[in-house]
Write a protein that binds this ligand. Structure first.
Ligand SMILES: [Mn+2]
Length: 309
């Protein structure tokens, strides 16, 4: 499928790159790297992210959009279903590059590799297939995506191949310390206030830990939507915890839940029970409801899967 996509890129001239709403490091890293590579190939291309890009993910200046008419091809990266791109309607033929296990396969061409660490790793392989020069900004973005989705080379998707690619990207100009500092040592004081609240409310049940943040909390702290991102990583760092659950109100009627499991696949199974998805050990869902009312139900569902594993 990689060769097919490389061929589509060679044979067409106008592209749009679309990544998912509320983008993480892999979403921006993979999409930006591909966006830059298409510029290197003298293609017309535009970049679309359905929601604002968090500033700390902008490690390199973005090239200017140079697409002046309708795209022939819409490249969707790190997107596992159309729900992840919100109101965006792709204008070209949809080509999907993704690594989510819950991706059912959609689009005209769909290249899905759940065994790859990240969409960024897939973009790296695609650029090698295309024989594109990996410039320093491209290397930086791919490295950022791999760092993000492996949790800083911690998760089980940290393979020998990942280190091999990280090595090559470093030789091409990616700065490991700069990326790590941007992604890890960049929290706001608001983040720690949210973390304190989450810790006060923590519920431990067998090897499950869960907590939540309400709209009221976020209002009182004047927190933005990105201020609570990363709380789940702190919850899942507790010793002895197999499954961690963090819910936060998105608005007055919707709640988002992030789930992590350590050894088993209970994170994905729990998320899927609520209509969500993701990876085996890192998954989530968005639902109608409020965090405080839903937390007990998610714990109950999680217990079922943790006990089975
Ligand atoms: Mn990803």
């Amino acid at each position: 499928m990689k060769a097919t996509i490389a061929d589509i890129i060679r044979k067409n001239g106008r592209f749009e790159i679309i990544t998912h709403a509320w983008p993480d490091a892999d979403a921006i890293g993979s999409a930006y790297a591909l966006y830059m590579a298409l510029h290197v190939m003298n293609k017309e291309v535009r970049f679309i992210c359905p929601t604002p890009i968090p500033e700390h993910l902008l490690l390199t200046p973005a090239p200017e959009e140079n697409l002046f008419s309708a795209p022939e091809i819409s490249l969707l990266v790190d997107v596992s279903d159309m729900g992840m791109i919100g109101d965006i309607r792709p204008e070209g033929m949809v080509v999907v590059i993704d690594h989510h296990k819950t991706n059912q396969g959609f689009g005209f061409v769909s290249w899905v590799c759940p065994n790859k660490s990240s969409a960024s790793e897939m973009v790296y392989e695609l650029l090698i297939e295309l024989d594109i020069e990996i410039t320093s900004p491209i290397a930086t973005n791919i490295y950022m995506g791999i760092f993000g989705d492996t949790g800083g080379f911690v998760h089980t998707n940290t393979t020998a191949r990942v280190f091999e690619i990280a090595n090559r990207l470093t030789l091409k100009g990616a700065d490991p310390s700069h990326v790590a500092n941007q992604l890890r040592k960049n929290k706001s004081t608001t983040y720690y206030k949210i973390l304190c609240l989450a810790m006060e409310r923590i519920r431990i049940c067998d090897s499950i830990c869960a907590s939540y943040i309400t709209l009221d909390d976020l209002d009182k702290l004047r927190a933005g939507p990105n201020d609570a991102s990363g709380i789940i990583e702190d919850l899942s760092s507790l010793a002895g915890v197999e499954l961690s659950i963090f819910l936060r109100d998105v608005n007055t009627h919707q709640v988002h839940c992030s789930i992590r499991s350590r050894d088993g696949i209970s994170a994905r199974l729990t998320a899927q029970a609520f209509g969500g998805g993701g990876h085996d050990r890192a998954a989530g869902f968005t639902l109608e409801g409020r965090a405080e009312g839903l937390v007990g139900d998610v714990i109950k569902e999680g217990l079922k899967w943790v006990r089975m594993g």
